[in-house]
Ligand binder design. Structure first.
Ligand code: ACO
Length: 429
């Protein structure tokens, strides 16, 4: 007999099935609790609530394990490429040479965006944040491809939308950067690899030759792999919940970008560098800022420290820290902000407050440092994260559609005023 859990409410016993995952994760299935007993469960921030069954990413926060489709992140970061990992996440298996060739060529063919989109870029005010621009642009793609609105179209059409998204995201990100810099935009060169093409569109200029530095390209490829998926995080859950209303994929991904933008999620990589700069400008007194982070009456937090699920270490941070040291050494970078980062990490890792709460540097602590070293402007950091996370969002969307999941619609416990009658204006004090 399969395992069950018993819940006793008002003296009556309700039996709930226990669902066991392939990695022996256990969940109490309470889906019929409300109809059977009139009770719902309450869990702010969904800290203890599973929203779906998923076969994409497995992570164990206590042991610091992260696997995409069963493959350890350490192996993928070392041996794979971002485009291969994108295929793996979306289609479930590593591609054979023919499949990878088809996928890369298809992505390569769709890198251009409609010329009319340039006018949108021209309309944004100077200083507009590139995440706001990216989210808008991805949403607006739906208006250029209206025939792809229905998520229940044949697989070839869905494939085309997925490939278009992966192809156009770097083009739109680089355009946002070039417009912000007041530089001419660079058209994609489709014979270049995905990463080289993006670096060329970002840093190339029509007046000089641009050669991609292999150290930069390699570090960028690793960063995108490490960010490619992270199961039911804030932005992935957003994509699934928007998609569950049967809204088109462009809109769901655009909503995911908006969720990622927040400083408690992907926006942390930008916030890390801004915090380090603030500490430097304040005279570099590390202890003062650590004390502020520990003070419960102060809203300041050490950005890039702590994680909702990793309470021992973030496996991505271990890989990225190595890559970070490698890049800084090879590029011979000497940057006072990066020195502050190293010192802060050292001090915080020994402080009982951070140790007791399992607050370790997360992936965003190092990714901000590495992007800065690679010459990526601070405001573009979260955009880089979005490019990396895109295959994960697509895979989550696809899984949700294929599983025919119901519309996402949580319940609540109402705590407002009970029924009262409308009071005419002249009777109100
Ligand atoms: N600095 C100081 N104290 C912290 C920090 C921090 N960065 N993070 C958590 N804490 C403290 C909290 O005050 C709390 O202390 P208490 O138990 O005494 O009340 C305890 O640690 C637990 O923190 P919660 O906020 O309950 O943990 P939660 O899982 O809700 O939050 C989060 C995780 C949002 C990542 C948090 O650690 C944080 O704000 N970190 C800084 C922002 C950041 O780096 N975000 C990127 C995450 S990675 C990603 O999204 C890709």
């Amino acid at each position: 007999m399969s395992e069950t859990a018993k819940i006793i409410l008002d003296g009556k016993e309700y039996v709930c099935p226990i669902i066991t995952g392939t990695e022996n994760e256990k969940a109490i299935d309470i889906s019929s609790l409300r109809s059977d007993s009139g009770h719902i469960t309450l869990d702010f921030g969904f800290k203890n609530t599973g929203s779906t069954k998923s076969a994409i990413t497995f992570l164990d926060g206590e042991k610091g394990i992260l696997r995409y489709r069963g493959y350890p992140i350490e192996q993928l970061a070392e041996k794979s490429t971002f485009i291969e990992v994108a295929y793996l996440l979306i289609y479930g298996e590593l591609p054979n040479p023919k499949e990878l060739n088809y996928f890369s060529n298809s992505v390569g063919r769709h890198t251009l965006v409609h010329e009319d989109m340039r006018r949108f870029f021209e309309a944004f005010p100077t200083g507009a944040h590139p995440m706001g621009i990216l989210s808008t642009m991805i949403s607006s793609l739906s208006t250029f491809y209206p025939h792809s609105q229905d998520p229940n179209r044949p697989m070839e059409d869905i494939d085309l939308t997925m490939h278009r998204l992966i192809a156009k995201m770097p083009t739109l990100a680089a355009m946002a950067y070039k417009f912000a810099m007041g530089q001419p935009t660079m058209y994609p060169i489709n014979k270049l690899s995905y990463i080289d093409n993006f670096l060329y569109m970002m840093f190339g200029l029509p007046v000089e030759d641009y050669e991609v530095d292999p150290i930069v390209a390699d570090a960028m490829d690793k960063l995108l792999i490490l960010h490619a998926d992270h199961e039911q995080n804030c932005s992935a859950s957003t994509v699934r919940i928007v998609g569950s209303s049967q809204a088109n994929m462009y809109s769901a991904i655009s909503a995911g970008i908006a969720a990622l933008w927040g400083p408690l999620h992907g926006g942390a990589n930008q916030a890390v560098i801004e915090m380090l700069e603030m500490i430097r400008n304040d005279g570099g007194n590390m202890q003062k800022w650590i004390d502020k982070a520990k003070d419960k009456n102060d809203s300041f937090r050490l950005m890039g420290f702590g994680h909702r699920v990793y309470k021992n270490f973030d496996p991505r941070a271990t890989i990225i820290k190595k890559a970070c040291d490698n890049v800084l050494d090879k590029m011979g970078i000497d940057d006072p902000v990066l020195d502050i980062a190293r010192k802060l990490e050292e001090v915080a890792l020994k402080d009982p407050y951070f140790v007791e709460r399992g607050l370790y540097p997360n992936v965003d602590f190092y990714s901000g440092i590495i992007y800065r070293a690679l010459g990526v402007p601070t405001e573009m950091f979260t955009v880089m994260f979005a490019i990396g996370r895109l295959p994960g969002w697509i895979a989550q969307w696809k899984e949700m559609i294929e599983n025919r999941e119901p519309i996402g619609r949580p319940r609540q416990v109402y705590v407002g005023a009970t029924k009262r009658d409308y009071m005419p204006m002249d009777k109100r004090s």
